[in-house]
Design a protein around this ligand. Structure first.
Ligand code: ADP
Ligand code: MG
Length: 216
């Protein structure tokens, strides 16, 4: 479960304050598939980065999986991020020298079964026959599926995706959302940022942001 209370984020550009989040109260249950929507600059990435512990709020409280993450120190945050959170980004962020299999195995908490588990994750995302290809031998949609398999490496409680389809054609975009639906069917909690209405509507719930606030 994800709970935010009065989360504010102000960026500083020199002495100028840029309020990106103006007080977010939010609750997302385990097992939900939520789309985060809103105009460019409305605070979607900032909010996702707060939930993903990639950045800290200026004020407010965030509780993830019964842990008040606002009170964690930097090491504890990094540990929580590694064990509990999975990230998918707009630009797939794969290592181009490594095979699909090696990319997926990379973030795994070390054990001698990591290649076996990476292989089964690639099967899960439909790339069982492409494991030894490097990213430049794969289409954009396939590369994003490798990135999703990598995000699932440590069985995260929450999968966070920031505009995962922004660089994909319509068909590949829907395939990514198909995959999210399938993962969600297996119980995966997913938060997906998108500005494409027909993709957002395929989530269980849409949370709309406007000027750093949740629209009611
Ligand atoms: P979205 O993802 O919805 O397009 P963002 O969360 O990226 O919106 O940005 C929200 C607001 O915060 C915007 O006004 C943006 O310009 C500002 N902003 C985002 N990141 C920074 C930063 N690192 N420094 C200063 N301002 C930022
Ligand atoms: Mg953004």
């Amino acid at each position: 479960m994800i709970e935010l209370e009065g989360v504010k984020k102000i960026y500083y550009m020199g002495k100028i304050e840029v309020p990106a989040l103006r007080g977010i109260d939010l609750r997302i249950d385990s097992g939900e598939f939520v789309a985060l929507m809103g105009a460019s600059g409305s605070g979607k990435s900032t909010l996702l980065n707060m939930i993903g512990l990639l950045d800290t709020p200026t004020s407010g409280r965030i509780v993830l999986d019964d842990v008040d993450v606002s009170s964690l120190n930097e090491n504890e945050r990094a540990d929580f991020r590694l064990r509990k959170l999975g990230f998918v980004f707009q630009f797939f962020s794969l290592l181009m020298e490594l095979s699909a299999l090696e990319n997926v195995a990379l973030p795994m908490i070390m054990d001698n079964r990591s290649h076996e588990r990476a292989a089964s994750l690639l099967e899960l995302v439909g790339l069982g026959d492409r494991m030894n290809h490097t990213p430049n031998e794969l289409s954009g949609g396939q590369q994003q599926r490798v990135a999703i398999a990598r995000a699932l490496a440590n069985e995260p409680a929450i999968l966070l995706a920031d505009e995962p389809t922004a660089n994909l054609d319509t068909e590949s975009s829907h395939q990514i959302v198909d995959l999210f639906r399938e993962l969600n069917g297996r119980g995966q909690t997913i938060i997906m940022v998108t500005h494409e209405p027909e993709l957002g509507e395929r989530a269980d719930r849409i949370i709309r942001l406007k000027d750093g606030r949740v629209m009611m």
